[in-house]
Design a binder for this molecule. Structure first.
Ligand SMILES: CC(C)(COP(=O)(O)OP(=O)(O)OC[C@H]1O[C@@H](n2cnc3c(N)ncnc32)[C@H](O)[C@@H]1OP(=O)(O)O)[C@@H](O)C(=O)NCCC(=O)NCCS
Length: 190
C-alpha cells in the first residue's frame, strides 16, 4: 500500500478496516498507556472493537471527514495519527495521536503530524488545525509546541477520567504559521 517514510525504518500509511487484527494486537501493547489520555471509544478490548473503530473512521473519511493513519516501525504497527475532525467547508481540523511505549522518544509523532499539517494546509487549503489534550499530558503538549502550535486556552474540567474532571488544553496553528513538516530538510527520526 502507499506509505510515506518517517525516517529510519518507520512509515506512515492509511490504517484501514483490513488491519483490524493487527490494530487489536497493537492495542494490547498500547491500551493501558493511552487509556488516560485518549477518548474512551478508542480504547477497545478485542478485534471486533478495533474493527469498529476502523469502520467508524472509514465511514467518516468517505464523507471527507476524519481520517486515520498508522505508524509502522520495522513493519510493526506502533501507533498512529488522525484527523479526529476535518471540516473542509469551514477550513478547520483537529489532529490526534498515540503510540505504544516502545515507540516513544523518536520524533515519529512530530514528523507524522507535520505531514498531516502539510496535507491539510497545502493540498486541502484548510486554515486552522487544533490539538486538544489533557492539561497534565506533558508529552502531548510538547508535540503541539514542536509543531509550532499556540496554546489558545484551557477548557476547565472538561475531561472526565477516573472520577476526576481534568482541564483540557486547546492548541492551534493557522496555515500561514506552518512552515512545512521538515521532510524536505532531511531530518531523521529513526
Ligand atoms: C503523546 C505521545 C504520542 C507523544 O509521543 P513522543 O514520542 O513523546 O512524541 P514524538 O514521537 O514526537 O517524539 C518526541 C521525542 O522524541 C525525541 N526525538 C528524537 N528524534 C526526533 C526528531 N527527529 N524530531 C522530533 N523529536 C525527536 C524528542 O526529543 C522527544 O523526546 P523527549 O520527550 O524525551 O524530549 C505519546 O506520549 C503517547 O502515546 N502518549 C499516550 C497517548 C496520548 O497521550 N495521546 C495524545 C492524546 S492528546
Amino acid at each position: 500500500m502507499f506509505s510515506v517514510s518517517l525516517g529510519g525504518a518507520a512509515r506512515l500509511a492509511p490504517l484501514e478496516v483490513w488491519h483490524a487484527e493487527e490494530f487489536a494486537g497493537h492495542l494490547d501493547r498500547a491500551r493501558e498507556h493511552i487509556r488516560p489520555w485518549v477518548g474512551p471509544a478508542f480504547v477497545t478490548d478485542d478485534t471486533e472493537g478495533a474493527r469498529a473503530t476502523l469502520q467508524r473512521y472509514a465511514a467518516r473519511q468517505a464523507d471527507d471527514g476524519a481520517r486515520l493513519y498508522g505508524i509502522w516501525r520495522e513493519e510493526v504497527l506502533v501507533g498512529g495519527v488522525m484527523f479526529t475532525d476535518f471540516d473542509a467547508a469551514f477550513g478547520n481540523c483537529e489532529i490526534g495521536c498515540w503510540l505504544e511505549p516502545s515507540a516513544e522518544g523518536h520524533g515519529l509523532i512530530t514528523r507524522a503530524c507535520g505531514l498531516l499539517l502539510d496535507w491539510a494546509f497545502t493540498t486541502r487549503g484548510l486554515h486552522r488545525a487544533e490539538w486538544h489534550c489533557r492539561a497534565d499530558n506533558q508529552r502531548s503538549a510538547a508535540v503541539a509546541e514542536r509543531l509550532g502550535m499556540t496554546l489558545e486556552g484551557v477548557r476547565r474540567e472538561a475531561w472526565p477520567y477516573g472520577g476526576v474532571r481534568h482541564d483540557k488544553q486547546v492548541w492551534a496553528i493557522l496555515a500561514p504559521e506552518h512552515h512545512g513538516s521538515g521532510r524536505s530538510r532531511g531530518q531523521d527520526a529513526g
